[in-house]
Design a protein around this ligand. Structure first.
Ligand code: LLP
Length: 429
């Protein structure tokens, strides 16, 4: 097969594309960025993030809706700043994420705090800065939160995360709305939990939420989950507990490899039609999208170190590894890998692997590429759950990050040095 750059179909959106043989992010050549900043290097397109956000904003036009970016997908300060400036709130899961929101100029009143294991100290910090809502995941957590809030003389705004028992049809590790997951309060127990919440002195019930999983590529699980949640809203309000907002979580998938998730505005057209039909169209709505806002806005650049032909496999060894891009090792996830300068000619089939000492350290399997040592490759769809999940395994400093805005390039995170990785450690006397 002859691979030419014309044949390379890139997933996602128009801000990362070939111009001639050069792969560009907006107006910037990726080969130039690799030369200037070294590799591995994450590169994000601001326009791609804003256009992903715009699809949600179009979907919610004329409604009362708050988009809370689920920052676990990519929590780099400058990325948070882009979303804060665009009016987003944030879905957080730790005091560390709260500190990042504040450092990036986010509004704490637009923050919702999710997660099954919030500590008392985290609750205190969030209450003191006046966060918008705690998404509570168990009855035990209700008691602790009430206690913490009452001791500060406050009432904590709470929403209960209910588990609608809907199959999101995604990878089991990122499916969260089924019975048997650690997340949320079972549908059958939700009314009791709401009565309990309403009786506690340190709580003020404000909402209901659900989140059924991630990388969801079909509409039906969302529609089913919405029905289940609205049934509960009716029961809870009939019990005399008003529900101010309804939060439908995140989870919308992106195109990694020919995946065809609905566009955010198309999805919400369907969901809003259901809300209207059931009489809830004028409620305050919240959503917590992560991957769909940033996933296809980022690439990871990596240099080919060695080609290692073998009897069974050819290996293309690159300088990015599972510590930079953990998704293939953790979920057998697929990311497209393309050269930043398109090549013509016969390709060879390689496994693209990193330098980490684990057989699980692979980035792509059986990829046909025309490459040689010294070339730069781009791992696509790397804006979500890559840098935010990166580690220092094998004492590898984490990669640098660059935000592109038109033809402007901003270095938003310096490359970590080996010294940075052990700066907090101590020898013993
Ligand atoms: N809200 C809650 C409560 C969540 O747990 C999550 C993601 C989100 C919102 C955002 O979901 P998204 O829109 O990004 O799908 N590391 C995995 C994904 C883990 C998702 C965890 N929760 C991956 O790389 O595929």
């Amino acid at each position: 097969m002859t691979a030419t750059f014309n044949a390379i179909a890139l997933p996602g959106q128009p801000h990362i594309a070939y111009q001639g043989s050069d792969l560009m992010v907006e107006g910037v050549r990726l080969s130039d960025l690799a030369r200037a900043h070294g590799t591995p290097l994450f590169v994000y397109s601001k326009a791609a993030m804003l256009s992903a956000l715009a699809a949600y904003q179009r979907g919610f036009a004329g409604r009362q809706a708050q988009i809370c970016y689920a920052m676990k997908a990519n929590s780099s300060l400058a990325v948070l700043q882009v979303f804060a400036n665009a009016g987003c709130g944030f879905d957080i899961v730790s005091a560390g994420e709260l500190a990042r929101v504040l450092a990036a100029g986010g509004d704490p009143a637009k923050v919702i705090f999710s997660g099954v294991g919030k500590t008392r100290a985290e609750m205190q910090q969030a209450l003191k800065v006046g966060i918008g809502c705690f998404n509570v995941e168990s009855e035990a957590e209700l008691d602790v939160l009430s206690d913490v809030a009452a001791s500060l003389g406050l009432k904590a705004p709470v929403s209960l995360r209910v588990n609608p028992n809907v199959d999101p049809k995604t990878h089991p590790y990122i499916s969260t709305g089924l019975k048997g997951n650690k997340f949320g309060i079972a549908h059958e127990e939700a009314l009791r939990a709401y009565r309990h919440a309403a009786s506690l002195p340190g709580l003020k019930v404000v909402g209901i939420d659900c989140h059924i999983g991630s990388q969801i590529t079909e509409m039906t699980p969302y529609l089913d989950a919405m029905d289940r949640v609205l049934d509960l809203v009716a029961d809870i309000e009939a019990a005399g507990i008003p529900i101010h907002h309804i939060d439908f979580g995140g989870g919308l998938g992106i195109n990694y490899n020919g995946d065809t998730p609905p566009e955010a505005d198309a999805l919400w057209a369907q969901l809003l039609a259901k809300l209207d039909a059931r009489g809830y169209g004028q409620r305050q709505l919240m959503i917590e999208p992560g991957r769909s806002l940033v996933g296809n806005a980022g690439v990871c650049l990596t240099e080919v170190l060695y080609l290692k032909p073998g009897e069974q496999k050819n290996f293309c060894i690159v300088d990015a590894a599972m510590n930079d891009l953990p998704r293939p090792a953790m979920y057998q996830a697929f990311h497209q890998i393309v050269p930043v300068t398109a090549q013509t000619g016969e390709g060879t089939v390689y496994d693209i692997v990193g330098p980490v000492c684990e057989s699980g350290d692979w980035i792509g399997r059986d990829r046909q590429l025309q490459v040689q040592a010294g070339d730069t490759l781009a791992v696509l769809s790397a804006g979500a759950y890559c840098m935010s999940m990166a580690s220092n395994y094998n004492t590898r400093g984490r990669a640098a990050e660059v935000l592109v805005d038109g033809t402007q390039v901003h270095l938003i995170r310096q490359r970590e040095s080996a010294f940075d990785t052990f700066a907090l450690e101590q020898l013993v006397d």
